[in-house]
Design a protein around this ligand. Structure first.
Ligand code: AMP
Length: 128
């Protein structure tokens, strides 16, 4: 089923400049900014500028230039933010997609979290 992109989502508004953000880096195809509700000392959101709903939409339909730019920017950020495994202790990437993952904002994004021990990969409150 093709995805329908809702251009009223909050990240679309950030990309249009309708609402402010704390930009960390901006490239031709990618924007990274601090999460407004940080869950760790480092909590940055990386988004493509293109209209993609989630990670699988992006992976299937983005251009090679968009995918390369996104991936290279994210990799550079881990060093710039001081969380790269060799020097900063490591980080976790999260790409919530769809209902089961409780994706709040329907614009593709990856969370970079780090700056403290992050614990188990999933909250243990819910049983599997
Ligand atoms: P997700 O559940 O993966 O869709 O997460 C969306 C994230 O966007 C949450 O961590 C929010 O805190 C964050 N967020 C929502 N609005 C803003 C905003 N205006 N600026 C920065 N981060 C935001």
């Amino acid at each position: 089923m093709p995805y329908e992109y809702d251009d009223q989502n909050v990240f679309a508004k950030i990309l249009r400049g309708d609402i402010p953000n704390q930009t960390v880096i901006e490239t031709e195809h990618t924007l990274a900014f601090h999460d407004i509700n940080a869950q760790a000392p480092v909590h940055v959101l990386v988004i493509p500028k293109g209209a993609y709903v989630n990670y699988d939409h992006f992976g299937a339909e983005a251009t090679a230039a968009e995918i390369t730019d996104f991936t290279r920017t994210l990799a550079k950020l881990t060093a710039d933010l001081g969380v790269a495994p060799d020097a900063g202790g490591g980080y976790r990437l999260i790409a919530n997609s769809g209902e089961a993952a409780i994706q709040e904002v329907p614009h593709m994004h990856v969370h970079i979290l780090g700056g403290r021990p992050l614990g188990a990969i999933l909250a243990t409150a819910a049983s599997s």
